[in-house]
Design a protein around this ligand. Structure first.
Ligand code: ADP
Ligand code: ADP
Ligand code: MG
Length: 647
């Protein structure tokens, strides 16, 4: 019997495990880094132990300390969540040696499946289809290059120790191979302290289909059907759903049975996921196995009705399940959206900040797995995922409609998020038809990008922006108002307009020759309700970053707004946005590619910034000559600082 569990993770997944434990009457001990002290996982467990400050190696990855804490608090078991130590064989065996149950599979299974090479070899042995490629020991550049040519471009380079898309590079032609290999190895070494790679034939427009498995404590293996996770960016999943619109029943049975065969073949225990790639001709190949709970596990819970964390705990305790494969059914349709602190309109760069409000207005029938509270700080030290929104409905179309409604009600104020982007994705006609694949985001990039606001909405945003900045309580001031020319940026565009009038009940602007008069129904510091031609514009605002930008939600569409200094007289910030490049987030300069005095074309690589465990390439915003680069490799930088100037 497991009576007390230490949860070796953070954020939403720790909270998720706490919830099941509470229901099962199991005590929980959580751990947290000092900077996470205000988050749900630190506050909602029965006991929370602070790991202090420091690098990840001293906190969430500090194996010895975590086990020490588990012993000290007499925990029977450790749940590793996902990421962090969840697939770390050393940790797993240390836990076992300490006489504590590791909630997961055996060390041997983790070791085998954690290595993309070893697992491919094992799959070949079991007769499971794998993507054609090279996974040999010879890692010399010349051999890898020869093999790549033999496989035929495009080729995918993967880190054998890889995960989370790190180290993965597509190579489309011979001349790109060398630099892709170098950068893959560099990222892999950084992330996994192992720069071994393998090569795979790159499958064009594939779908990502995975099967949820749970094997009980007595060697019985069950599948919980598939999930489709084809909507990805940077090889990371954004929207997941089940059932997959790509599978008919015959293919579904075949894929699920193949997954169960793998579980049997490696004598698996606990929860695991077999990831497959499905080619355009419906051929499927084994990609990898994740020997842990998956981020997207909730959609499976929604359609099958099983609590996967509960099953994990039972399996780890050696119990047999009291159901058969036939009892597990797919009912209805479920979709999950991952809400990230990132800017989809700027290459999905992670954003940071403090959450100013999480609102879930009028919403009832949804699941929001979130480890943050109003006021929580989003640290750049961890994954930028803020929350997962999950819904269930009778069929796919209803599920899409429902999750779009739900997304409109869930607002994370204070940081740019991908929320509106998710709504655009879900509204895309090809998504609605189920015609998705892993490059959906690339293929439909133009459709998915932020569109300019319709004129009237833009006028409302400008009017709200100036109105919110005004102290209208002062009635003397109302009488003395004289029209003034103003300039503001709305998202990426700059607009010049006349601010004609602001009173407590009225705001008027002129934009592109048209006069817009709005009635002000309500106004407070963070909120204004405007009406024009019977159309309501409800605008909420959050102060945003040090550059003076405001985040506005206009009828729940997110807009970045900044009032610029006087239109007349050359303004600083206008000059700044032209050839100056600011760091989009705090991080470390990884490599400076361009040189002072060099002429560059728009879009050319200037430097590589490392932040949120990923490399981000900063590119030239325009053609020109590099006047100055202010940092060098190794420098730690703040968000918003000037990196480079181009003339
Ligand atoms: P995959 O490894 O196939 O991408 P998932 O989509 O389940 O599988 O994502 C797991 C990834 O989540 C990890 O590789 C890691 O980058 C990230 N991660 C790890 N720990 C956390 C955490 N506590 N919160 C959010 N994301 C995390
Ligand atoms: P990770 O461990 O980083 O999750 P995976 O091997 O699971 O790595 O691959 C992640 C994603 O990359 C897949 O979901 C798929 O979109 C894409 N991918 C992987 N292998 C291939 C391939 N051979 N051809 C095309 N796309 C691939
Ligand atoms: Mg994967």
């Amino acid at each position: 019997m497991i009576k007390k569990i230490l949860i070796a993770n953070r954020g939403e997944i720790s909270k998720r495990v706490i919830q099941t434990c509470r229901r099962l009457d199991i005590e929980t001990v959580s751990i947290y880094a000092q900077d996470d002290a205000g988050l749900a996982h630190a506050l909602e467990s029965d006991k929370a132990i602070c790991l202090g400050r420091g690098a990840l190696a001293d906190t969430y990855l500090n194996k010895e300390k975590i086990i020490e804490i588990a012993k000290e608090h007499a925990c029977d078991a450790i749940h590793p969540g996902y990421g962090f130590l969840s697939e770390n064989t050393e940790f797993c065996s240390m836990v076992n040696k300490a006489g504590i149950i590791f909630i997961g599979p055996s060390t041997t299974a983790i070791e085998l499946m954690g290595d993309k090479k070893a697992s491919k070899v094992k799959m070949e042995e079991l007769g499971i289809p794998v993507v054609p490629g090279y996974h040999g020991d010879d890692q010399s550049e010349s051999i890898l290059f020869e093999k790549a040519k033999k496989i035929g471009f495009p080729v995918l380079i993967k880190a054998t120790a890889g995960g989370g898309g790190k180290g993965m590079r597509i190579v489309r032609s011979e001349q790109d191979f060398k630099s892709a290999l170098e950068s893959s190895k560099r990222e892999a070494k950084n992330a996994f302290a192992n720069d071994k790679v393998l090569l795979e034939k790159y499958i064009e427009t594939p779908r990502h289909i995975e099967v949820q498995l749970v094997s009980d404590g007595e060697g019985n293996h069950f599948h919980f059907f598939e999930r489709e996770c084809s909507i990805q960016r940077r090889y990371q999943k954004v929207i997941e759903e089940t059932p997959s619109p790509a599978l008919d029943n015959e293919l579904r049975v075949k894929i699920c049975e193949t997954a169960v065969k793998i579980a049997q073949g490696i004598d698996y225990r606990g929860a695991g996921t077999i990831e497959f790639i499905l080619g355009p001709a419906k051929q499927f190949y084994f990609l990898e196995m994740n020997t842990r709970l998956q981020v997207e596990h909730p959609v499976t819970e929604m359609v099958t009705g099983y609590d996967l964390v509960e099953l994990q705990i039972k399996a780890a305790a050696g119990e047999a399940f009291n159901f058969t494969q036939k009892d597990i059914k797919q009912q209805g349709h479920s979709i999950e959206c991952r809400i990230y602190a990132e800017d989809p309109d700027n290459e999905f760069l992670p954003t940071s900040g403090r959450i100013q409000q999480i609102s879930v207005d009028g919403l009832t029938d949804f699941r929001l797995d979130c480890g943050y509270y109003d006021g929580s700080k989003i640290s750049t030290n961890y994954d930028p995922m803020l929350a997962k929104l999950i819904i269930h409905a009778d069929n796919r179309q209803e599920a899409i409609d429902k999750i779009k409604r739900a997304l409109s009600s869930v607002v994370f104020g204070g940081s740019k998020t991908n929320r509106d982007y998710l709504r655009r994705l879900l509204s895309h006609p090809e998504f609605e038809k189920g015609n998705i694949h892993t490059h959906f985001i690339d293929q439909y990039q133009d459709d998915l990008l932020l569109k300019e606001l319709p004129e009237a909405e833009l006028a409302a945003v400008l009017a709200a922006g100036v109105q919110l900045g005004h102290k209208t309580q002062d009635s003397v001031w109302d009488a003395n108002f004289s029209p003034v020319e103003k300039m503001a940026t709305v998202n990426a565009d700059t607009h010049k307009f006349m601010h004609l009038l602001s009173t407590q009940t009225k705001v008027e602007i002129e934009l592109a020759g048209i006069k817009y008069t709005f009635e002000v129904l309500e106004k407070s510091i963070h909120h204004v309700h405007l009406v024009r031609n019977k159309q309501d514009y409800i605008i909420n605002t959050f102060s945003f970053n040090t550059q003076g930008e405001k985040q506005l939600f206009c009828n729940d569409k997110e807009v970045l707004f900044k009032l610029l200094p006087k239109a007349q007289g050359k303004s600083q910030s206008l000059n700044l946005s032209e050839g100056s490049m600011q760091s989009p987030m705090p991080g470390k300069i990884f490599k400076v590619i361009a040189k002072r005095g060099q002429s560059v074309k728009k879009g050319e690589d200037i430097l590589i910034l490392e932040a949120m465990k990923m490399e981000h390439t900063i590119r030239a915003p325009k053609d020109g000559v590099i006047k100055d680069i202010f940092f060098q490799a190794g420098d730690q930088i703040q968000g918003g600082v000037l990196l480079c100037e181009i003339e």
